[in-house]
Design a protein around this ligand. Sequence first.
Ligand SMILES: CC(C)(COP(=O)(O)OP(=O)(O)OC[C@H]1O[C@@H](n2cnc3c(N)ncnc32)[C@H](O)[C@@H]1OP(=O)(O)O)[C@@H](O)C(=O)NCCC(=O)NCCS
Length: 180
Amino acid sequence: MLARSSLAEASFDAPPAPVRLAVERPEDGPMVDALVERAFGPGRYAKAAERLREGNRPIRPLSFCAFGAEALVGAVRQWPIVVGEARGVFFGPIAVEAGWRKHGVGGQLIARACAAATDGGEAFILLVGDLPLFGPYGFEPVPAGRVLLPGPVDPRRILWRALRAGGVDGAAGLVSVARD
Ligand SMILES: CC(C)(COP(=O)(O)OP(=O)(O)OC[C@H]1O[C@@H](n2cnc3c(N)ncnc32)[C@H](O)[C@@H]1OP(=O)(O)O)[C@@H](O)C(=O)NCCC(=O)NCCS
């Protein structure tokens, strides 16, 4: 196990940090919330993405924690949404503790979250984020104007990934919280 000081000194080409990924448990919730707060700060509540989390619940089997030794060092959540009338998954937030970044933890969380959504039979994942970060995991920009978030967003940052052939067929229009 790499100590935090070693992580900070490791070259960027070092092998991925050894972390244990596990589905988020209810008792992990406060730690995940605190990590997200540290990573994004209070400004995150103003984001359009937050409107899709309010009054919504993360899909437990699709939301993951990364533990280094026993401490939480990263997390990702995914949420049920509809785009127009097509049901899918909204990805985020994803956050890695500052001292653990650039060692592959975020990439491991993205890959695991995508695999779990695919295995769970989901049609697509939508997110608001940077293409250089998410492109290598199969995400691509949503065609301009096809999807509307509940608030202002740079349209170039609206990305999605179909999880099966035709997965985003019929997905167009306003994004909202899925109501079962
Ligand atoms: C984004 C974040 C989760 C990435 O975690 P990480 O553990 O550093 O990710 P990885 O080490 O797996 O890096 C994945 C790759 O994405 C790159 N990357 C990381 N953040 C990026 C960003 N915002 N834009 C573009 N590329 C980014 C890394 O340089 C790395 O590139 P490489 O694979 O070519 O070397 C982490 O930096 C973080 O918590 N940031 C603060 C919160 C945040 O911005 N979340 C994302 C909002 S969309």
